[in-house]
Design a protein around this ligand. Structure first.
Ligand code: CUA
Length: 300
C-alpha cells in the first residue's frame, strides 16, 4: 500500500528526500555532540583558558548552528516552489468532499460533465492532477502518503492539492485529521494505472447502472440517501452507489465490496463503523437483506 518513505509520486519523492536530508544531518550533529560530551567527561582533565572557552562558546554555540540551520533552511525552502505549484492548465481535475466518515469523489470532465463515486480514486500514471478539496461537516485532511503531502479539508473553504503519480499500483489514502468517532475508518483506495486503462475506467464510471431489479432497494427508501444513476434513486446524502460492486471497498476502506460485507453493512453499519450516520436495516427479512446485498454487488 506504500508509505511516505516508499514514494510513488513526484511530491512524495521530494518529501522523502527532505526527510532523509534532515535525518542524516541531525544524526551527524548528534554524533558530534555525543563525542564532545564523552571527551568532556572522560578525556579533558585540564582547565581551559578563558579565550579557549570563549572560542568554544562562540564557535559551537553561535557560528556552527547558524551555518547548519541556514543550510537546512535553504535546502527545505528550495523545494517549496515545486511543492506549491498548481497543476498546469488542462490537467485532470478531481473534486473531493470529506464527510464523517467517507469521501465524495467527482471527476470534472472537459465536456463539463461530472462523474461521481465514493471512497476510491483512479489516476493516470505520469500526469499531474489537481484536487479541489472541501468538507461538509468538520475538518478532515486528505492524505495519500505514497503520492505526496496532505491538505486539510475545511468547511466553507476550498483547498487545493497537486499530485503526480509516478508508479503504477494501488495505494491507500487516509484522513489525517481527527474528525470524530470513526476517524480511523475514513480511508480510500487510489489505483494508479496507465492512461488507457484509466480512460476506460472513467468512461465506465460515467455510464448509468446496468443492473435490473433491486426492488428492496427502492421499497425500503434507500434511494432517499443514495443515488444509483440510471434508476429513480437520486439521494445526495450518502455515497453514490452506481458502480459500488466494482469498488475495492465499502464503508470508506472498511470492508471488501462483496455481497457478504454489503449484507453485514446494511444490517448494522454502526457496529462496523461507530457513529456512522446510515440507519441499520437489521429488521428486514433475511431474503430482502440477501436480495439487497446481491443487487448492490451486481452494480459493477
Ligand atoms: Cu476525517 Cu479524520
Amino acid at each position: 500500500m506504500g508509505s511516505a518513505l516508499e514514494p510513488a509520486g513526484r511530491d512524495a519523492s521530494h518529501l522523502a528526500q527532505l526527510f532523509w536530508g534532515l535525518t542524516i544531518g541531525a544524526f551527524v550533529i548528534w554524533l558530534a555532540v555525543v563525542a564532545l560530551a564523552l571527551y568532556g567527561g572522560y578525556a579533558a582533565h585540564k582547565q581551559h583558558g578563558p579565550s579557549t572557552v570563549r572560542r568554544l562558546i562562540i564557535g559551537g554555540g553561535v557560528i556552527f548552528p547558524v551555518i547548519v540551520l541556514t543550510g537546512l533552511l535553504t535546502f527545505s525552502l528550495s523545494m517549496l516552489p515545486g511543492l506549491l505549484a498548481p497543476a498546469p492548465e488542462g490537467s485532470l481535475k478531481i473534486h473531493v468532499t470529506g464527510y464523517q466518515w467517507w469521501w465524495r469523489v467527482e471527476y470534472l470532465r472537459d465536456d463539463g460533465t461530472r462523474v461521481e463515486l465514493a471512497n476510491e480514486l483512479h489516476l493516470p500514471v505520469g500526469a499531474p492532477v489537481e484536487f479541489e478539496l472541501e468538507s461538509r461537516d468538520v475538518i478532515h485532511s486528505f492524505w495519500i502518503a505514497p503520492l505526496g503531502g496532505k491538505v486539510d479539508m475545511i468547511p466553507g473553504r476550498r483547498t487545493r492539492l497537486r499530485l503526480e503519480p509516478t508508479r503504477v499500483g494501488t495505494y491507500r489514502g487516509v484522513c489525517a485529521e481527527y474528525c470524530g468517532a470513526s476517524h480511523a475508518l475514513m480511508a480510500f483506495y487510489v489505483v494508479v494505472e496507465e492512461q488507457e486503462a484509466f480512460e476506460r475506467w472513467l468512461a465506465h464510471q460515467a455510464q448509468p447502472a446496468s443492473a435490473q431489479g433491486g426492488e428492496p432497494f427502492f421499497s425500503n427508501g434507500c434511494g432517499a440517501c443514495h443515488a444509483v444513476r440510471g434508476t429513480r434513486a437520486d439521494g445526495k446524502v450518502g455515497p453514490d452507489l452506481t458502480h459500488v460492486g466494482s469498488r475495492l471497498s465499502i464503508g470508506a476502506g472498511t470492508l471488501a465490496a462483496d455481497a457478504a460485507s454489503l449484507r453485514r453493512w446494511i444490517q448494522n453499519p454502526k457496529h462496523l463503523k461507530p457513529s456512522a450516520l446510515m440507519p441499520a436495516f437489521g429488521m428486514l427479512p433475511e431474503t430482502e437483506l440477501d436480495g439487497l446485498a446481491s443487487w448492490l454487488e451486481s452494480l459493477r
